[in-house]
Design a protein around this ligand. Structure first.
Ligand code: DX5
Ligand code: ZN
Length: 216
C-alpha cells in the first residue's frame, strides 16, 4: 500500500490561495485535492474551472479533482484542459459509468470513482479493473469539518479485498474527517491516499501537520 496525502483546498485561505499552494509545493503532500460542488448533487457550491486553471500555473503536485456534480460527462475535457491530472466522478450520478471512466482515460487523466457513505463497494466489481482510484466518502459530501463515519474502516477492508480478488491496481482514497487518529486506522485498514482539509488548514503549521499525517 502507498501512504499518500492529498490536502483538500476546500479549507484553504481563499484570500491567499497562492500562498497556500506554494506551501503545499514545499510540503510532503503528494497531490492537491479539489472539491468541486454544483449545489445540486450536494447542498453546497464550492468552486470550478478557473480555480483549477490558476492553481495549475503554480502547483508542482498532481491535481486530484473530485467532482461532486450531477452531470460530469460534459466537463471531462474542460477539466483536462484546465490541468486536472486525476478526475473522480460519483457512482451515484453516472448512468453509463464505464463510458464515463473510458472518456476520462481517453483524455489522458487517471480515472476515479467516488462512493457515498451508504453506497456499498460491491457496485464496483465489474469496473474496478478499469479504475486508477476509488474514493470513499467518510462523511456525507458537501462540507469540510464534518464527523468521520466509523463504518468507513469496514468499507476499506472490503474494497481492499475486492481489489485483491480482481487483481486490480486501483488506489483507495478516503475523504472526510481525516485526522491523525482516523488517518492511522485508515492506513492500517488498507487505504493508500488520505484527503484532509480542515485538519491540515485548521492548524498553526500545515506543513508539519502534513508531515505528521504522512508518517502517522
Ligand atoms: C466533503 C469534502 C470534504 C473535504 C475534506 O464534500 O469532500 O470531505 O474534502 O474535508 P475535511 O478534511 O475538512 O473533513
Ligand atoms: Zn473530496
Amino acid at each position: 500500500m502507498s501512504r499518500l496525502i492529498s490536502p483538500s483546498i476546500l479549507s484553504a485561505d481563499f484570500n491567499n490561495l497562492g500562498k497556500d499552494i506554494l506551501m503545499l509545493n514545499q510540503s510532503e503532500a503528494d497531490w492537491i485535492h479539489f472539491d468541486v460542488m454544483d449545489g445540486v448533487f450536494v447542498p453546497n457550491i464550492s468552486f470550478g474551472l478557473p480555480v483549477i486553471q490558476h492553481v495549475k500555473k503554480i502547483a508542482t503536485k498532481p491535481l486530484d479533482v473530485h467532482l461532486m456534480i450531477v452531470n460530469p460527462d460534459p466537463f471531462i475535457k474542460p477539466f483536462r484542459d484546465s490541468g486536472a491530472d486525476m478526475l473522480t466522478v460519483h457512482y451515484e450520478v453516472c448512468n453509463h459509468l464505464h463510458r464515463t471512466v473510458s472518456a476520462i482515460r481517453q483524455e489522458g487523466m487517471k480515472a476515479g470513482v467516488c462512493l457515498n457513505p451508504a453506497t456499498p463497494v460491491h457496485v464496483l466489481e465489474d469496473i474496478i479493473n478499469e479504475l486508477d482510484l476509488v474514493l470513499l466518502m467518510s462523511v456525507n459530501p458537501g462540507f469540510g469539518g464534518q464527523k468521520f463515519i466509523q463504518n468507513t474502516y469496514q468499507k476499506v477492508i472490503r474494497l481492499r479485498r475486492l481489489i485483491e480478488e480482481k487483481q486490480a491496481t486501483a488506489l483507495i482514497e478516503i475523504d472526510g474527517g481525516v485526522n491523525l487518529e482516523t488517518g492511522k486506522l485508515l492506513f492500517e485498514a488498507g487505504a493508500d491516499v488520505l484527503v484532509a482539509g480542515s485538519f491540515i488548514f485548521g492548524t498553526e503549521n500545515p506543513m508539519m501537520t502534513i508531515h505528521q499525517l504522512k508518517n502517522v
